[in-house]
Design a protein around this ligand. Structure first.
Ligand code: FES
Length: 284
C-alpha cells in the first residue's frame, strides 16, 4: 500500500482500532506517519485515505489545516519560537531573529546539517513563562537570545538536553511517535507544574483564599468549593447552567407571546417594539 512498510501499516490499523469510528484515528495516524517518514508525504495521505475510506483530498485537508503536520522534511529537531503576542513583547521576536541569524535559516527552514528546523509558532499556552521556545514540543521557559543559541548549539552537538518542565529531548520523529499514542516511558520525566504556573495558588494558600461556593443561597465568602465533592461541584454548576438557560428561554418565550398576543398595547407605547427598546422608540 503506497510504499508504507508493513510495521507502520499494522500500527496504523492498531490506531484505528482504538476508536469507535476508525476515522477518528486520522490525527494520530498522521503523527505516526510523520514519525516514520519525517513529514506527511503523498504516500502517507493516500494510505490514510485508503484505510479510512476517505478521499485523499479529505485527508490532505486535515494535514494542511493543522500546523503540527509538516509537508516538508523536518530536521532532527524542531525548534519553535513563540512569537505570539505576549512572548513577542517579552522577547520572542528577538529570539527568533537571533536564532535565524545563528542557524542561517529562515522561518520553516532546516539547517544545512539537517539538525534543526526553525519555526515561528503561535501561543503554546505557556504565557506565564514567556518568552518560550519549544524543542520537539517540549517547553523551554523564559528564554532569551543567548540561552536560545546555547540550546540549539547543544542540540546540534548531540548533547543531552532536558526540558525544565518535561522530558529529556529525543528527536522530533520520536516525539511524533509519542503524539501518535505510542508511549516512550518518559511521561513522568520532569515536573508536571512549576514556577509561575503555581504562583497564584501559593498566594491563595498563604492568604487562606478559596474559590467561592457554588451552593445555592450560600455566601461566597463563607464557604469553599474545596468542601464540595468534585461530582457535586460539577452537578451544581450544571444545574446553574440549566437554570440560567431555562430563564433565558422563558424570557424569550414571553417576548414571543407578547408579540403574538399584545401587539396593540405595545404599539401604543412604542410603535411595535417592546422592553427598553420600545420605550426608546416611543420617545422618537
Ligand atoms: S504567547 Fe507565547 S506561550 Fe502564549
Amino acid at each position: 500500500m503506497s510504499g508504507i512498510d508493513d510495521t507502520t501499516l499494522a500500527e496504523l490499523k492498531q490506531l484505528m482500532g482504538r476508536y469507535p469510528q476508525a476515522r477518528s484515528a486520522l490525527l494520530p495516524m498522521l503523527h505516526l506517519l510523520q514519525s516514520v517518514e519525517g513529514h506527511v508525504t503523498a504516500a502517507g495521505i493516500e494510505t490514510c485515505a485508503e484505510l479510512l475510506g476517505l478521499t485523499a483530498a479529505e485527508v490532505s485537508g486535515v494535514a494542511t489545516f493543522y500546523t503540527m503536520y509538516k509537508r516538508r522534511p523536518m530536521g532532527t529537531h524542531h525548534v519553535g519560537v513563540c512569537t505570539n503576542t505576549l512572548c513577542a513583547v517579552m522577547g520572542g521576536d528577538a529570539i527568533f531573529e537571533r536564532l535565524s541569524d545563528h542557524l542561517e535559516v529562515g522561518n520553516d527552514e532546516t539547517t544545512a546539517d539537517g539538525q534543526v528546523t526553525l519555526e515561528r509558532v503561535e501561543c503554546n499556552a505557556a504565557c506565564d513563562f514567556a518568552p518560550v521556545v519549544m524543542v520537539n514540543w517540549e517547553f523551554f521557559d523564559g528564554q532569551d537570545p543567548s540561552s536560545a543559541v546555547d540550546l540549539v548549539d547543544k542540540l546540534r552537538a548531540g548533547e543531552e538536553v532536558a526540558s525544565p518542565r518535561g522530558a529529556t529531548i529525543t528527536s522530533w520523529r520520536e516525539a511524533e511517535r509519542v503524539l501518535a499514542g505510542f508511549e516512550d516511558g518518559r511521561v513522568d520525566e520532569g515536573p508536571a507544574a512549576a514556577g509561575a504556573s503555581l504562583a497564584g495558588l501559593e498566594i491563595a494558600n498563604e492568604r487562606g483564599w478559596t474559590a467561592p461556593s457554588s451552593e445555592a443561597g450560600s455566601h461566597p465568602a463563607t464557604t469553599s468549593v474545596a468542601s464540595e465533592a468534585p461530582d457535586a461541584s460539577k452537578a451544581s454548576a450544571s444545574a446553574r447552567a440549566d437554570t440560567s438557560r431555562a430563564e433565558s428561554e422563558t424570557v424569550a418565550e414571553e417576548s414571543e407571546a407578547d408579540v403574538e398576543g399584545g401587539a396593540g398595547d405595545r404599539q401604543d407605547a412604542s410603535g411595535g417594539g417592546s422592553g427598553p427598546r420600545a420605550e426608546e422608540g416611543g420617545d422618537d
